[in-house]
Structure formats: structure tokens, C-alpha cells
Write a protein that binds this ligand. Structure first.
Ligand SMILES: Cc1cc2nc3c(=O)[nH]c(=O)nc-3n(C[C@H](O)[C@H](O)[C@H](O)COP(=O)(O)OP(=O)(O)OC[C@H]3O[C@@H](n4cnc5c(N)ncnc54)[C@H](O)[C@@H]3O)c2cc1C
Length: 395
């Protein structure tokens, strides 16, 4: 057996299924989300990008379509589907608008995932039905001074007779503008380092909680990115998520899974850019023929399609491993690293293939090029993914 090769027969389902072969319900789900995105989201993409916001009416439609609570069990009012469905949903949405994919990704792979995995019965009963039907969620770990070194956070929580009093500031929080429910990480003992970190479920109207400045960004402009202020914010004891002092585990495990969601966002937007590039080059004529008839252009498109295929396999592989309960840490890091590189390259090519029209906002590819950049930054920068991969291969 060669070093690094998967063990045959370790998991029958994994061993016998091609990564791109779906169950019927997975195919139907992916198609229905893409058709929804094409019909309901595509007409709004440009105005949402310009205005830097998502209309509440569209968020309501996302709830109605069942993409805001994909993994929530039916008993709690959700769709009762799998993590793989969530990945397919994010991919299908990102093909049309990576900003909407970001909103749905955080809702499913971070917030709902954390509540389902770490919440007791009480938290699940109180929050899962809301998260699946009307409440947007956000996940607040980063601070001004702690990004890659997330566990150096300085927000802190002090015990009070009713629960905890939180103070601090969170930065870069996706969905901050729309969210009703926030998973907030703060330390109960700053001297204990990562061992003090605790996760809390905080509601927008809890006393002492305010959503601050919204960032003006390069890409995924419709997705809100906000500062959160915790000023003697009162959180009931029942809203501690997981164990006190074990919030670092909540963060590590949900972010490992969240990275596969970012991979799905990246392959969706890459597919979107390639779709546009293929359609445009078949139509645009120069030197008396379609631009797509030039072999130089054909080879560029073929290269892009090949890289996208390889990127997609890293996403599906990591997601299938996660669903099967197999280790996937290295594969998720590789997936985020590689898909975000491919997204940058292919969206850049799409801009090139549109010529001057690629550089203006009347055509969709300049936006996808801007949107692609975030894949190398959030949920762990590319350097941090390389660090994870290096640790895994070096032992
Ligand atoms: C649009 C957007 C949405 C976001 N959404 C959320 C959210 O919902 N919730 C949340 O908690 N956070 C969120 N973030 C924060 C995001 O996760 C951080 O920005 C990211 O982890 C990087 O942290 P930083 O910005 O502090 O950069 P830094 O950590 O300061 O990194 C700066 C540079 O140094 C490099 N670097 C740092 N450490 C090392 C090292 N050890 N080895 C090699 N290179 C290193 C990095 O790769 C990077 O190139 C979001 C950010 C953005 C921009």
C-alpha cells in the first residue's frame, strides 16, 4: 500500500461511488436551487451589488425554498437533508450570486451546524425552528486584533447571577445586517488562552448588543460584513453553546466544515464565470468568425474547465468524507485553498475573454472576478490552509 493512498474498503459507500454521481434527491435539490436562483436572484444581482444589500423579500423566498435550514431535522421544522445537500445548494446559488451563497453558507455550515452539534435539547428547540423558518444567523469569532490567530480574541464574559455579561467588539461578521441570532465567541478567562473561549447564542435584541459599522467591500458586496458591539451584553446561562471553556472546539470543528462550504461557493462562481465566457465567445465575432472558433481561445476554455473539474472533485470529496464520518481536515483545507485559486484564475480569464466588455459593469464577469477574491481570505487565509495541510502531511 502506497503511503498517502486511501484504505480500500474502509467505507463501502465511499469506495463504490464516483464523486460526481448523485443520489436522485441530490440532483433534484441542486437543480431546483439553481432554477430558483436563475428565476428569483439573477434579476437582482446587479442592483444588490450596487446597493450593497439583500432585500428582505428575497431572504423570505430563500426560507420558503428551504435553503436556510437544509440540515435541520424535520422534527425541528427543517428540510432534514444532508451536509452534501447544503454543499450542492451553496454551489448552485454561487453560480448566480456568490453573495447569496455566502448568506446561505454561514446560515447552514456554521450557525445551524454549531447549534445542531453542540446545542442541548433546549437550545435546539428554541433556535432550530426559527433558523429554519425566518431567523438569519451569523457567526462571530474574528476581532480587529485576532483574525488568523482567532483564539487570541479579547472579548470576555463574566458570570452574573442570571448568566454572563459580555464585553468586546467583533469585526467582519457576515450577515451582521440581517441576522437575528449570533453565535458569539468570548473568553470566560483571558489568562487561560484558548481554554477560556466559550460560545454563546446571542439574540439581536439582547440588552447591550449592537450591530455597528457595515464594511464597504471589493466583492460579495450584497453580503453584509459588520462590526458587533458587546457592551455589558446580558446572555442567559441557558444560551451557552457547548461547554464553558470549550468554545475553541466549537470554532475549530464548525470552521473545518465551513471551509467545504466556501469551496462550494468558489466552484459555483467559477462555473458561473465559465458559463458566461462560453456563451459570449460563441457569440462574439472577430476576424470573420466566432471568438470561440480560435484554437487559442478553445484551449483557454478547456484548461479552465479542467481546473474547475479538479476543484469540484476536492469539494465533493471533502463533503462526502464529512458525511461518511471519515477524517476530512486536510481535504477541506486543500479544497478551500485550491478552489479559491481556480476561482481567481478562471474569473480573470472570463474578464479577458469578454475583452473591453469584461471590464464594465454591464456584463456579469467583472463582478464574479471581484467576488472570487474573498475565497482566499475568509474562514482561514490561503496561508493558514497551507499551514494545516503541511501539518497533516509532515505529521
Ligand atoms: C468579507 C468578509 C467576511 C468575513 N466573515 C466573517 C464571519 O462571518 N465571522 C468571522 O468570525 N470572521 C469573518 N471574517 C474574518 C476573516 O475570517 C478574517 O479576515 C481572516 O481569517 C483573516 O484574518 P485577518 O483579516 O485578521 O488577517 P491576518 O490574520 O492579520 O493576516 C494578514 C496576512 O498574514 C498572513 N498570516 C497570518 N498568520 C500567518 C501565519 N502564521 N503564517 C503565514 N501567514 C500568516 C495571512 O495569510 C494574511 O495574508 C470575514 C472577513 C471578510 C473580509
Amino acid at each position: 500500500m502506497l503511503e498517502g493512498m486511501p484504505t480500500p474498503g474502509a467505507n463501502e459507500t465511499l469506495a463504490t461511488r464516483a464523486l460526481t454521481t448523485f443520489e436522485e434527491d441530490e440532483t433534484l435539490f441542486s437543480q431546483s436551487v439553481y432554477e430558483f436562483a436563475d428565476r428569483e436572484i439573477r434579476p437582482l444581482v446587479r442592483s444588490m451589488d450596487e446597493q450593497g444589500s439583500i432585500p428582505r423579500s428575497l431572504i423570505d423566498k430563500l426560507f420558503d425554498h428551504g435553503v436556510m435550514g437544509i440540515e435541520i431535522p424535520e422534527a425541528h421544522g427543517g428540510a432534514g437533508a444532508s451536509f452534501f445537500h447544503a454543499i450542492l445548494g451553496i454551489e448552485a446559488l454561487a453560480r448566480v450570486d456568490p453573495s447569496i451563497a455566502a448568506l446561505v453558507d454561514v446560515q447552514n455550515t456554521l450557525v445551524i451546524n454549531a447549534v445542531m452539534r453542540y446545542g442541548g435539547d433546549d437550545l435546539k428547540e428554541r433556535y432550530l425552528p426559527r433558523l429554519g423558518s425566518s431567523a438569519v444567523g451569523a457567526y462571530a469569532l474574528s476581532e480587529a486584533g485576532s483574525g488568523s490567530d482567532a483564539f487570541a480574541l479579547s472579548s470576555h464574559a463574566v458570570e452574573s447571577p442570571d448568566g454572563f455579561i459580555l464585553n468586546g467588539r467583533k469585526l467582519w461578521i457576515t450577515n451582521g445586517n440581517e441576522a437575528d441570532v449570533f453565535i458569539v465567541f468570548a473568553s470566560v478567562n483571558l489568562d487561560a488562552g484558548y481554554r477560556g473561549i466559550t460560545a454563546f447564542v446571542v439574540e439581536r435584541d439582547f440588552p447591550g448588543f449592537t450591530v455597528g459599522k457595515k464594511e464597504d467591500k471589493l466583492g460579495i458586496r450584497a453580503s453584509s460584513t459588520c462590526e458587533l458591539l458587546l457592551e455589558d451584553c446580558q446572555v442567559p446561562r441557558a444560551n451557552v453553546l457547548g461547554e464553558i471553556g470549550k468554545g475553541y472546539k466549537v470554532a475549530i470543528e464548525t470552521l473545518n466544515e465551513g471551509r467545504i462550504g466556501i469551496g462550494a461557493q468558489m466552484i459555483g462562481l467559477t462555473q458561473g464565470a465559465l458559463d458566461h465566457a462560453i456563451a459570449y465567445t460563441k457569440e462574439r465575432r472577430q476576424f470573420g468568425k466566432a471568438v470561440a472558433d480560435f484554437q487559442g481561445v478553445q484551449f483557454q476554455l478547456a484548461q479552465a474547465a479542467t481546473e474547475l473539474e479538479a476543484a469540484r472533485l476536492t469539494v465533493y470529496n471533502a463533503a462526502r468524507l464529512r458525511v461518511a464520518g471519515e477524517p476530512f481536515l486536510k481535504e477541506a483545507a486543500m479544497c478551500k485553498l485550491y478552489t479559491s485559486e481556480v476561482a481567481e484564475r478562471v474569473t480573470s480569464l472570463a474578464v479577458n475573454l469578454f475583452g473591453g466588455y469584461g471590464f464594465v459593469k454591464d456584463y456579469p464577469v467583472e463582478k464574479l472576478y471581484r467576488d472570487a477574491k474573498i475565497g482566499q481570505i475568509y474562514e482561514g487565509t490561503s496561508n493558514l490552509q497551507l499551514q494545516t495541510i503541511a501539518k497533516q502531511i509532515l505529521g
